[in-house]
Design a protein around this ligand. Structure first.
Ligand SMILES: CC(C)(COP(=O)(O)OP(=O)(O)OC[C@H]1O[C@@H](n2cnc3c(N)ncnc32)[C@H](O)[C@@H]1OP(=O)(O)O)[C@@H](O)C(=O)NCCC(=O)NCCS
Length: 153
């Protein structure tokens, strides 16, 4: 993913996400050195994933597939790619936050063998108030059992 991809990504982000990231958020990710990968079909971007590495952890910040291409295994391909990269880098654990109401993403992460290890009350703003974030993690290497304490210190 490069900054030149931001306009295409933003179109998908606005169409698909409940609370879409802004252009500024994507730009901040680039400046922060976070890594992103895309999936293209016929040279059109149809999905993307953005991750941040810190110490021996990989934080999955955003994963998104355009409506017309969902449920075709592309999200799984994106996440598998990221998890393989993370494993090759010696990363111990991958983790992420997801809205409690986002049942399709929760099913997706569960299929990818992520386990819920905690939650953050009222983490996400909504139109009517706040919503909890569920924290999911997947052990990639090492023998430490997963816990919210491991992830959040
Ligand atoms: C979550 C998301 C990335 C999944 O991408 P996808 O390409 O549609 O997912 P896949 O086709 O690879 O599906 C993999 C598995 O996820 C689960 N899944 C995906 N979509 C689902 C749905 N609508 N309902 C239930 N389970 C679903 C299933 O277990 C599926 O496996 P199966 O098809 O063998 O049953 C996509 O739905 C999306 O972009 N959602 C909006 C953005 C979002 O919520 N991102 C995550 C939070 S940042």
């Amino acid at each position: 993913m490069f900054t030149a991809d931001i306009p295409q990504i933003l179109r998908i982000e606005k169409a698909v996400q409940v609370s879409p990231w802004t252009e500024e958020t994507f730009r901040v990710c680039f400046h922060a050195g976070y890594l992103g990968w895309l999936i293209e079909v016929d040279k059109i971007i149809v999905g993307y994933v953005i991750v941040a590495y810190a110490a021996d952890e990989c934080h999955i910040l955003n994963v998104c597939v355009d409506h017309a291409f969902q449920r075709q295994g592309l999200g799984e391909k994106l996440l598998e790619y990221v998890l393989n990269q993370a494993t090759q880098r010696g990363t111990m654990v991958a983790w992420l936050e997801v809205r409690r109401s986002n049942s399709r993403a929760i099913s997706f992460y569960q299929k990818m063998h992520f386990q819920q290890i905690g939650e953050r009350k009222g983490y996400y703003p909504t139109v009517s108030g706040q919503e909890d974030a569920l924290i999911f993690a997947k052990q990639l290497s090492g023998s430490n059992p997963l816990s919210a304490q491991t992830i959040l210190g």
